[in-house]
Design a binder for this molecule. Sequence first.
Ligand SMILES: [Zn+2]
Length: 304
Amino acid sequence: MIPLLLAVQAALPAQPQPPNLETAPLKVLPVQGNVYTLFGPGGNITIQVGKDGALLVDTMFAPLAPRIAAEVKKLTPLPIRIIIDTHIHPDHVGGNEPLEKMGATGLSPGEGRGATVIAHENVLNRMTQPVTGKQTPEKQTGLPNHEYDTPTKDFSFNGEAVILIHAPKAHTDGDTMVFFRRSDVLSTGDIFTPERYPFIDLARGGSIDGEIAALNQILHLTVPEQLQEGGTKVVPGHGRICDEADVVEYRDMVTIIRDRVRDALKRGLNLSQVKAEKLTLDYDTRYGSGDVFVESVYKSLGGK
Ligand SMILES: [Zn+2]
């Protein structure tokens, strides 16, 4: 039983199906400045509040939407106006549709419209185009209504510069990081998950080298804490609120394992031989089984 269960879990890292969304606990914690994080059974939701209303980065799962909205109401009586999707996975965009409907127009005025839902265009493309071997697209409701296709996008909301940064071919090909410049908080989506190995979603355009580039990009944007001054806070896709030092440690781990796999490829090892090398053993007590990660690195580097 247990080995089979573990094997099934290892094979499905991108599609977590939490057992009971009605009773799963939700918890909001302040991050810094105007920014909060809502922790729960899906990906973290970053919340920015102020005079204009609420902005959400990611939306967890649809059945949680009324409870998510109730948590936002505790922070501000004003409506949710902007939703930003960090990437396509259902534990991050599942609540788009109900939360959009509960919200009020944000960036793009339109009659009867709810909140503005922003994502990189690759997210919208993958949601609306059929996946190979399937008749229907991945998603037909809760689509972003405001996509961007440039390396960055910025706007002002709640008196603060909000900067969206596209990280090409990292966790997926549609990853957006969100930087709240005055609050000094960076929301990373699943590019950074401090308690588990990164999931490189090769089927949705992810790559190990893009993942490392994105982690380095986070380090360019963050500034460490100095004496009493607060440093940049980093809200990961899953897991606790972090700072630059946490990302340095994670970037180093990911880079070291990439280099080990690349070395094994140079030695001509096939996938089962690479797995038998146990290249993540020294990190597994911290991040869990490295098998799925190693396989994705191997394939991302061109291994067959
Ligand atoms: Zn994800």
